[in-house]
Design a protein around this ligand. Structure first.
Ligand code: DAT
Ligand code: MG
Length: 144
């Protein structure tokens, strides 16, 4: 998951992280970084050639982002659901994109969409030793 440049600039880092913490997900990695054009083209490689690609790279490299690795049961679909649809105008009420966004090109948050993309994106953003392997003591209160 990543808080995009607009989320950082708008002071939404804490608000967004809070939602995932309160859901009961485990944070296994967390960092702030400025995405380079090279990293942006790798991260958004699937969108190369699309009309919005250039603007997307410009936006994602325009200011720091906060990247995190979350863990939990059905984590990917859970997080995607909490994020809401790509276009904030179509996102379900209460989702992060619906609550905080208006424009598809400023949708505040990124989340991996499959186990394969999560593995790929985690390896783009984190070194192995930057990920923390630990027991979350609240797990017994989140999962039956
Ligand atoms: P998501 O971020 O929900 O996984 P995506 O992978 O299809 O969506 O696209 C990546 C980002 O590119 C998205 O968060 C915003 C931007 N984007 C996608 N479709 C767009 C469009 N039609 N016009 C402008 N930006 C778009
Ligand atoms: Mg995507």
């Amino acid at each position: 998951m990543m808080v995009k440049p607009d989320g950082v600039q708008r002071g939404l880092i804490g608000e967004i992280i809070k939602r995932f913490e309160q859901k009961g997900l485990k944070i296994a990695g967390l960092k702030m970084l400025r995405i380079t054009p090279e990293l942006a083209s790798k991260h958004y490689g699937e969108h190369r050639g699309k009309p919005f690609f250039e603007g997307l790279v410009k936006y994602i490299t325009s200011s720091p982002v906060v990247a995190m690795v979350l863990e939990g049961e059905d984590c990917i679909s859970l997080v995607r659901g909490m994020m809401g649809a790509t276009d904030p105008k179509k996102a379900a009420p209460g989702t992060i994109r619906e609550t905080f966004g208006i424009d598809i090109g400023r949708n505040v948050i990124h989340g991996s969409d499959s186990p394969e993309s999560a593995a790929r994106e985690i390896s783009l953003f984190f070194d192995e030793e930057e990920l923390c392997n630990y027991e979350l003591s609240l797990a017994a209160w989140v999962y039956e």
